[in-house]
Design a protein around this ligand. Structure first.
Ligand code: ADP
Length: 262
């Protein structure tokens, strides 16, 4: 069964279509990066897949079930979303926020159990924020807060993980460790991952399939070496780049062609 099936998606916030006719099937166990120019509709597509916004036309199914028939809790047990919109301005500690990932498994005012606290602790260790557990979330740096929201998503323990720019705000060491973690979640824990990113090289190195959005449509879809070509980048981004092979990952590598005056 497919993890996510989106067909004929059309969406607009106002007059202009932001997503215009997207079909996307994500198989169980796939790891996909969605890339594309600013404003091409990447975040909006993720919101449609997560059921945060509803398409004007088309439909989204999660594990074969139409998303609009799934209740919020049932959906939250299948899929976790880490978006850029978590403000972190509420008066909770990091540990509180991570523990909120267990909400889909609790009923009414039921308190978290020992196992829930244990999961939260493991998620904080995995994302390297265990020492921040008692800090108010509003007093973290952007990168620390990002890792706290990822820990909450891990604590949610879903087969599907949707990530919107997960490496935004992270320094290079934390970028690499987070992307290695994402890959490990995919290869060892068999999570299905869809991640929006603007970084073509990270997408090519860490994901097995790349979907390029352009003007709200899927402009290319395939393995990194099929999709990341000089012609495609020129067509979609309107800029000339050099594409060769990354000697470490053997994946395509994009170098910007700038006139540095040298
Ligand atoms: P991307 O993630 O590729 O940068 P987005 O999905 O964020 O693109 O945005 C696609 C388009 O939709 C942009 O033109 C953006 O200005 C517009 N848009 C995004 N969010 C909203 C919103 N809440 N209200 C109105 N327009 C929006």
């Amino acid at each position: 069964m497919n993890a996510i099936e989106a067909t004929g998606l059309m969406f607009r916030y106002r007059d202009d279509w932001v997503i215009s006719g997207v079909d996307l099937t994500v198989k169980n166990d796939e790891s996909i990066a969605v890339i594309g120019p600013n404003g091409s509709g990447k975040s909006t597509l993720l919101k449609l897949l997560a059921g945060i916004v509803a398409p004007e036309e088309g439909r989204v199914s999660i594990e074969g079930v139409p998303i609009k028939t799934l209740g919020r809790k049932a959906l939250s047990r299948r899929m976790a979303l880490v978006s850029q919109e978590g403000s972190g301005q509420f008066p909770f500690t990091v540990a509180d926020v991570v523990l909120m990932g267990r909400a889909p498994y609790l009923s009414g005012f039921q308190m978290e159990r020992q196992g829930d606290h244990e999961r939260a602790r493991r998620a904080m260790e995995t994302t390297d924020i265990a020492d921040l557990a008692d800090r108010p979330i509003g007093m973290l740096s952007g990168g620390e807060r990002q890792r706290a929201f990822i820990a909450r998503a891990l604590c949610q323990d879903t087969p599907i993980l949707l990530l919107d720019e997960p490496t935004a705000f992270l320094d290079i060491a934390h970028q690499v460790s987070l992307l290695c973690l994402i890959r490990r979640l995919h290869t060892s824990h068999h999570k299905t991952i869809v991640s929006v990113t603007h970084d073509i090289n990270l997408a090519a190195s860490f994901f097995d399939r790349i979907v390029i959005l352009s003007d709200g449509r899927v402009s290319a879809d395939g393995r990194p070496e099929e999709v990341i070509t000089e012609d495609t980048i020129k067509r979609v981004y309107g800029t000339t780049v050099l594409v060769d092979t990354n000697p470490v990952t053997s994946r395509p590598r994009v170098t910007l062609m700038t006139d540095t005056g040298r």
